[in-house]
Design a protein around this ligand. Sequence first.
Ligand code: NCD
Length: 306
Amino acid sequence: MRHLISPLDFSVDETNQLLALAEDIASDPKKYSKVCRGKKLATLFYEPSTRTRLSFEAAMLNLGGSVLGFSSADSSSAAKGESVADTIRVISGYADIAAMRHPKEGAPYVASLHSTIPVINAGDGGHQHPTQTLTDLLTIHSLKGRLDHLTIGLCGDLKFGRTVHSLINALVRYPNIRFVMISPEELRIPTYIRKEVLDDHHIPYEEVESLEDAMPKLDILYMTRVQKERFFNEEDYIRLKDRYILDPAKMKYAREDMLVLHPLPRVNEISVEVDKDPRAAYFKQAQLGVYARMALIMTLLEVGLC
Ligand code: NCD
């Protein structure tokens, strides 16, 4: 039995296979409408979510399965003090696969140790978000045709943004990847990622503060929200939250084929006027998240077309 806790739980070959399956699903979703008949997905969400939880649910329903779960810690027995270990032991008897989001780093990993069904990390604190990464890889591959030879700008909250951490981990395994990290000093990428991921893989990267200067170099611009809920004090959040706002004037610096991605939700960091720019790919990205999750559920449940 397999879990998905970190993007590295799948090898590059396995990741590519999963993306190929997701692309096939995207081309003809109806073909897969019964492959999970009789299977149940539990969504255990201890933190707010719109896209991740609903795209997981849509994914399982599209595959012919059913879903159960909770969408806040308050409405689960966590409010009574139940441990993640006990919860997953019980859920293992109710469902065939579980997706868990939790504010504490490592909670889905702990759950996987006590589970008899596959556990998917749907975001753990400021740590990892591997299913967003599958979505991001699928978007880049579908729209750019490749996952190698890319210069990726990561902009915003690189310290607390778990989507950025997982995306870096996944992309460094492809040839000729470089990063331009655009953030204020206080929100730079954590040292453990700089040392253990970027330096160990000899990945070229720059850390800069100016978005305008970085724009002309980029194949992909990955914007992120400043993660309000992970700040220790509100003053810092207020000072940093509007540091980067992508607007049509800044888009003028970008290449004609640059893609703008964002895991969403957006707050102010992309002005709504950018939405009509053909390079804005974030809503398409959210749609592709359903197909990425369909492919993931099929892979972990080991089901296919008969
Ligand atoms: C992201 C998350 O939860 O980390 N959202 C998502 O899953 N699409 C990004 C964010 O909340 O800023």
